[in-house]
Design a protein. Structure first.
Length: 306
């Protein structure tokens, strides 16, 4: 999937103490209020494989991004910094040739922030060839979009519809750290006139994540998409909280625990380390650079010897 970062002027409520962040919710109005233009590397935007941090004030470049920015502004949104991901699955292009799809997630690690209206924490934007934006924030809204926009599904298009659904619906529980792998869609025996197609999306074991999302779509005899159902067993593993701030802790056991978490998270936490480095002392910057090098070498914590 191609990744794109946007940085939009934002009003953020952040509780900042030194270079550390507490693992707590930060509703709007609490903490230190400030208006800033920042990049995901500065406020902790989730970065998935292949993504890099944008420079502060990076403008939207594609027509799709510009349409989404205008949509947010027209809805009265103050804007925010997040991660924009272009969803380029072949099935989406086949079934929705007039649409481009992008996913916007608001950073929630190392500190959660409330999503300013009209946005949710996770947002899928479907933008048609005329620049008309449809915002999808729940599976119910996504189902309505599929019912209204999908053509009659025949043959392999029924399997493609299941894959397209799974590609989009797993973005709603995405917290920026899950690594999803789509399975192969299969037609289920129903004994009725309608067709059911099931697809299982698994999450990689990186960070200690586990579980899957089983999606089943229903199609009538004329090929009309009727409904979809998702069943999730997702469980999140290790997440970036404040581990980088403990790399210089005077207690060697605390340091080892912080190092262990970061080594397990690996490259998926580079966005977090880069963000924290910008606010760190020279000594902590050196420690962060060192742990990144160890991650690149795929190191793991060795047993402690007395």
């Amino acid at each position: 999937m191609g990744l794109k970062t946007i940085a939009i002027a934002a009003v953020l409520a952040l509780g900042i103490a030194g270079v550390g962040f507490a693992q707590q919710s930060a509703p709007a109005g609490q903490g230190q209020s400030m208006t800033v233009t920042v990049s995901p590397a500065q406020v902790g935007g989730p970065i998935r494989a292949g993504g890099g941090a944008a420079q502060p004030g990076t403008p939207a470049t594609s027509e799709t991004e510009k349409a989404i920015e205008k949509y947010i502004q027209d809805k009265g949104g103050a804007g925010l910094t997040g991660r924009m991901e272009t969803l380029t699955a072949a099935e989406l292009k086949v079934l929705f040739p007039d649409y481009s799809f992008m996913f916007l997630t608001i950073p929630r690690w190392p500190i959660a922030r409330a999503a300013p209206a009209p946005l949710a924490m996770n947002n899928i934007f479907a933008v048609d060839s005329k620049g008309v934006v449809t915002q999808l924030t729940t599976a119910d809204e996504l189902q309505k979009f599929f019912v209204e926009k999908l053509p009659a599904l025949k043959g392999d298009d029924q399997l493609k519809a299941a894959t397209a659904w799974a590609t989009l619906t797993v973005e709603f529980p995405q917290d920026g750290m899950f690594k999803f792998t789509l399975g192969k869609p299969e037609v289920l025996p129903t004994g009725g006139l309608n067709t059911s197609v099931r697809i299982v999306t698994t999450v990689g074991p990186t960070n200690g994540d586990s579980g899957d999302v089983t999606s089943t779509i229903s199609i009538d005899p004329q090929g009309k998409f009727l409904a979809a159902n998702d069943k999730s067993t997702l469980k999140a593993g290790i997440r970036p909280i404040c581990q980088s701030t403990k790399l210089l802790d005077p207690d060697p056991l605390v340091r080892r625990m912080a190092e262990q978490d970061l080594l397990v998270m690996g490259r998926t936490c580079f966005w977090y380390l880069d963000m924290m480095r910008e606010q760190a002392s020279p000594e902590l910057q050196h420690a962060i650079d060192d742990i990144k090098e160890r991650i690149l070498r795929d190191e793991r914590i060795e047993p402690r010897h007395e």
